[in-house]
Design a binder for this molecule. Structure first.
Ligand SMILES: [Fe+2]
Length: 250
């Protein structure tokens, strides 16, 4: 395994937190999934062995700030606590976890991690942009798994019972039909929150990511578990819009 030293650092670091706690345990699982997806995207992009190590290291440490965030604030909601990506960058800068990499590679790793959760990327050199796009894609793929399989209350603050009577608000529906990511500040209903996950498809950087998301099929599982009392037609039309978009872009 190419990044053994970094994995050992990660494992030792997370031992400092309560791994019996679901939130921490699920972040470790998420991290391992993101590393695997990052490898798939890296192979698609024909990265060199060394570049692949950089990419895997970015995936391994992209959410390193989550553990400290939860310990300090008892939440993963960044705007109520701290930007977990900025915090992660600080933790890495204070550590020796990236010592095996050159100064330039360390900067690439830190930048990609810092920007993995930002609404938009800022200008960066071409290689760093590539790593940043890769981690943003890989992260989204696994967030769809979390959406489909982790308790819906903790991932979305909604419940299957309450969502049955919800509708998608007009503004959010328009974002989907205009192929825009969902602006989180505009969400009004529980079903609007669910739309955020479908909006991921409009912020995908590589066709391989679209293919992974399509093959997973996770994006529609929560919708398929419910018969919506008021919004079934609306949901069906949104899902078919998404599926047409996937077909055209994968
Ligand atoms: Fe993540």
């Amino acid at each position: 395994m190419a990044i053994e030293k970094e994995r050992a650092c990660f494992n030792a670091y997370v031992q400092g937190f309560d791994l019996e706690q679901d939130q921490n345990r699920l972040k470790v699982i998420h991290t391992m999934h993101v590393v695997k997806i990052m490898q798939q995207i890296g192979r698609f992009l024909n990265l060199s062995d060394r570049e692949m190590e950089v990419a895997e290291t970015i995936a391994l440490f992209h959410d390193i700030g989550r553990f400290e965030q939860f310990k300090r604030y008892n939440t993963f909601v960044d705007h109520l606590s701290v930007d977990h990506a900025d915090l992660g960058k600080e933790i890495l800068e204070r550590s020796d976890f990236l010592d095996r990499f050159s100064g330039k590679e360390q900067q690439q790793i830190l930048m990609a991690i810092q920007f993995h959760n930002k609404y938009e990327l800022v200008p960066m050199d071409e290689k760093t942009i590539q790593y940043a796009k890769m981690i943003r894609d890989a992260d989204k793929c696994d967030i769809l798994r979390v959406f489909a399989f982790e308790p819906i209350e903790s991932t979305t603050s909604t419940s299957y019972e309450s969502i049955q009577n919800d509708v998608v608000s007009e503004e959010i529906e328009a974002m989907i039909h205009n192929h825009q990511c969902i602006d989180k500040t505009k969400r009004k209903t529980g079903l609007d929150i669910w739309m955020t996950f479908l909006g991921f498809f409009f912020d995908v950087n590589y066709p391989i990511t679209m293919r992974i998301m399509k093959k997973q099929g996770y994006y529609r599982l929560p919708f398929d578990r419910i018969r919506f009392r008021r919004a079934q037609k609306q949901v069906d039309s949104i899902l078919s819009e998404i599926e047409n978009y996937i077909a055209r872009n994968s």
